[in-house]
Design a protein. Structure first.
Length: 500
């Protein structure tokens, strides 16, 4: 999450576009995305080159080869080096525009390999900057924004802030899950190389990207194996989104994290375009909610599972269908899923408790998704069994996430429940004896059934009330008389001084 100076730098770049005639926020967003990707591609290549120099090895899977690249659009040979950010940023504006617009941007369409999700997402893209001075100023702004030690995570942080600007202007319904919440959920689920991971509403691919980072960090040794590398780059990570711009961003994000050929699809996951069933071992998601679909747009299997048009319920039903038996899911949901009285809400909750193994419900403070929304949300964690298995459910009330719960979301590291939440989740045996007055506790499945499958933390939390003992009326009256006597005496003394 970027704050302070970085926000001002993004605002300045945004204003530069606006002053040059880019009045559509979505157009500014896309053009900045392409340029950020060019910057981060070169950043990653320079890092690989530095490692190669230190180890005496060759550069691992270089993006920019020695010599020339043949541009199929212009039928001209172009030096690979001149399509690298640190080279073209030093060019004169006219030459820079020609190289970026006619070569480097075209090159972006081909680096994912023919037929890849990335190449499909990039094939209809357009580089709209035609003013050399505008490009020069934007490149200069991005160079200042993305410092050399920022890493590719900066790209996600900048996306998050730009999406917030678009949401504020009312031009786009997308919003990105804050990275620290994504990281928290991934750390709770602890993905491994044995998993097949999916996000059916992937947006900018934050969840599967963070899962890839987690595996790269915790299983670096296993990734030296050629078969594991191939699986990691092309088989493990799956996602879908119905927004073409988000698809492109997701593909770029995955490529920057060494997942060169993820299985990403431009589609409505809730429609019959998506027939994934019993396929994945882990779903991580923050699906869209507070919306509804036409009946004709909903896959028949989902309509049969839950009779509703509400997306928050349909996505939960979808993830139940998509997971293999034994597969796990961690999903953000609105509070209405936990407490809604309509039949569809109870159908989903009863399925979680009675047909599968509901493990945990974590409530989050309502400001977590500011500045996009102040809606109250929770995280549901369950394992697909198809035969039940819920014995008891762990509830946790996250009261702070390390940031203010206002639209500014300023860092407040002293107020952060996330480390405690993760530690307790991975030691549920130590939670068994906590009473209902605590921040976390277990509730039996039978009690949840008796309460109409209500999954609200507040329903089961016991508020500790201290008895207040008041003095008797006689004692209070005596105290009042004593105080009144003192007031009368002081007033009499004051009158005596006035008359003397």
């Amino acid at each position: 999450m970027i704050t302070g100076e970085k926000k001002q730098q993004v605002d300045a770049i945004w204003q530069t576009f606006w002053n040059s005639g880019f009045t559509q926020p979505s157009a500014i967003f896309e053009q900045m995305t392409y340029l950020l990707f060019m910057k981060m591609l070169d950043y990653n290549e320079q890092r690989k080159e530095q490692i190669a120099r230190l180890t005496g090895c060759e550069v691992d899977r270089p993006t920019f080869l020695p010599g020339n690249w043949h541009n199929p659009t212009t039928d001209q040979n172009v030096p690979y080096s001149e399509m690298r950010w640190h080279i073209f940023k030093e060019m004169q504006p006219d030459k820079m525009l020609n190289r970026v617009r006619n070569d480097a941007f075209i090159f972006l369409r081909y680096i994912g390999g023919e037929g890849s999700a990335y190449s499909r997402a990039m094939q209809d893209t357009v580089f709209q900057i035609t003013n050399p001075r505008l490009l020069s100023r934007v490149v200069e702004g991005i160079e200042d924004l993305v410092s050399k030690d920022a890493g590719s995570d900066m790209m996600g942080d900048v996306y998050e802030y730009m999406l917030g600007k678009m949401a504020a202007s009312g031009t786009n319904g997308q919003f990105r899950t804050p990275r620290h919440i994504i990281k928290m959920m991934v750390e709770m689920m602890q993905p491994t190389l044995d998993d097949i991971i999916c996000d059916p509403a992937m947006g900018s691919a934050g969840f599967i990207m963070e899962a890839a980072k987690y595996i790269s960090h915790h299983q670096a040794g296993e990734l030296l194996n050629t078969a594991n590398q191939k699986r990691f780059r092309s088989e493990m990570f799956h996602g879908s989104d119905s927004d073409a711009s988000m698809m492109r961003i997701g593909c770029m994000n995955m490529m920057l994290h060494e997942v060169t050929d993820p299985q990403l699809h431009y589609r409505n996951s809730l429609s019959d375009e998506n027939n994934d069933t019993n396929r994945f071992t882990l779903c991580l998601a923050n699906p869209p909610f507070a919306g509804s679909l036409d009946q004709d747009d909903i896959a028949p299997s989902l309509r049969a599972a839950v009779k509703t048009k509400k997306t928050e319920l349909l996505f939960l039903a979808l993830m139940m269908r998509m997971l293999q038996p034994g597969g796990r899911c961690a999903s953000v949901v609105p509070d209405t899923v936990l407490t809604g009285d309509a039949a569809a809400y109870k159908t989903i909750r009863s399925a979680l408790v009675d047909k599968h193994c509901l493990q945990a419900v974590i409530t989050m403070p309502s400001g977590v998704f500011q500045p996009y929304s102040g809606v109250s949300t929770a995280i549901i964690i369950f394992t697909k069994t198809g035969t039940g298995g819920t014995d008891k459910v762990w509830f946790y009330d996250m009261r702070a996430d390390g940031y203010s719960l206002t639209t500014q979301r300023t860092p407040q590291p002293e107020n952060n429940d996330i480390p405690d939440l993760i530690a307790r989740f991975h030691n549920l045996g130590g939670e068994a004896h906590r009473d209902r007055k605590a921040q976390s506790f277990f509730v039996t499945a039978d009690e949840i059934r008796q309460n109409g499958y209500n999954l609200s933390y507040k329903r089961y939390h016991e508020v500790e009330r201290e008895a207040v003992v008041y003095d008797s009326p006689e004692v209070i009256i005596a105290r009042m008389k004593e105080r009144q006597a003192k007031i009368d005496a002081a007033f009499a003394e004051f009158q005596r001084l006035l008359n003397s």
